[in-house]
Design a protein around this ligand. Structure first.
Ligand code: CDP
Ligand code: MG
Length: 244
């Protein structure tokens, strides 16, 4: 049922929105009343570094990348209160979900947002200086309150990166799933098919996984190249784990 009518998109209510108590405002803007879209999943996430790096992989190497990781991990907005560092991750579903939410979010740069689309969510954003070790300003990071998937390819990658199939009601899973027949464990960047002390269990027999994740894990377990990295699969299983 991967049709336009059942399109899904990932939304993150970023730490600046939580810090400035704009969560309710953002959710209201995205409500079914305004968008015709429905919630398919939601969770409160303490973003760990692996998840942040995978989510923003396309920006690796850019001047603002490290600062962007600090932002999405909550370190910028809650420097002294680490327990408050979190985002709200949501999946919205419905006709044209990706473009509808991108339109309500508005342009990436809050200054552009204010000029070109007054009233959009990102019009309430701010710019934050990116400095080098000596304090020289190198760039400006865009603190823009919300992430929204940009296209269908990104949406599939991002929904699967943040959510397990069991986070969505069965009738709302639009990507193929498969029950694992094997055990998979993760520890220190390595994959195991039997328990290792201190490892996290990614999947056990009977657990339902995204089919693409299972295919990747099977290849990686055999030491073969997979279409995505181990981290891209493992990250969601480490969400809110004590050790991460
Ligand atoms: O979020 P969106 O898809 O609109 O933009 P992006 O180009 O994929 O960038 C992801 C995020 O990185 C943005 O939402 C900004 O928070 C940040 N960014 C930044 O700080 N400086 C830039 N020059 C570009 C993006
Ligand atoms: Mg983007």
């Amino acid at each position: 049922m991967e049709t336009k009518d059942f399109e899904q998109t990932l939304v993150l209510i970023k730490p600046d929105a939580l810090r400035h108590s704009l969560t309710g405002y953002v959710l209201s803007q995205l409500s079914e009343f305004h968008t015709g879209l429905r919630f398919a999943a939601t969770k409160i996430v303490k973003v760990h570094r692996m998840l942040a790096e995978e989510h923003y992989a396309e920006h690796k190497g850019k001047v603002f990348f490290e600062s962007l990781l600090e932002y999405i991990m909550g370190a910028s907005h809650y420097p002294d209160e680490a327990w408050k560092r979190r985002v709200i991750a949501l999946v919205y579903m419905g006709p044209g979900a990706i473009q509808k939410i991108r339109d309500i979010a508005g342009p990436t740069n809050p200054h552009d947002a204010r000029e070109k689309r007054p009233g959009c969510i990102r019009a309430l954003g701010t710019l934050f200086p990116v400095k080098d070790a000596s304090g020289k300003v190198l760039d400006e990071r865009m603190d823009n309150l919300i992430h929204a998937s940009a296209n269908a390819g990104d949406a599939e990658r991002e929904v699967k990166l943040w959510f397990k199939p069991s986070d969505l009601p069965p009738a709302m899973r639009i990507y193929s799933t498969e029950a694992s027949k094997e055990h998979f464990y993760y520890k220190d960047g390595k994959l195991f098919t039997a328990y290792e002390a201190g490892s996290v269990c990614l999947l056990a027999p009977g657990n339902v996984a995204w089919k693409s994740d299972l295919e990747a894990l099977r290849l990686l377990a055999k030491g073969q190249k997979a279409p995505c990295s181990l981290e891209a699969v493992a990250a969601k299983y480490l969400i809110n784990e004590e050790a991460s």
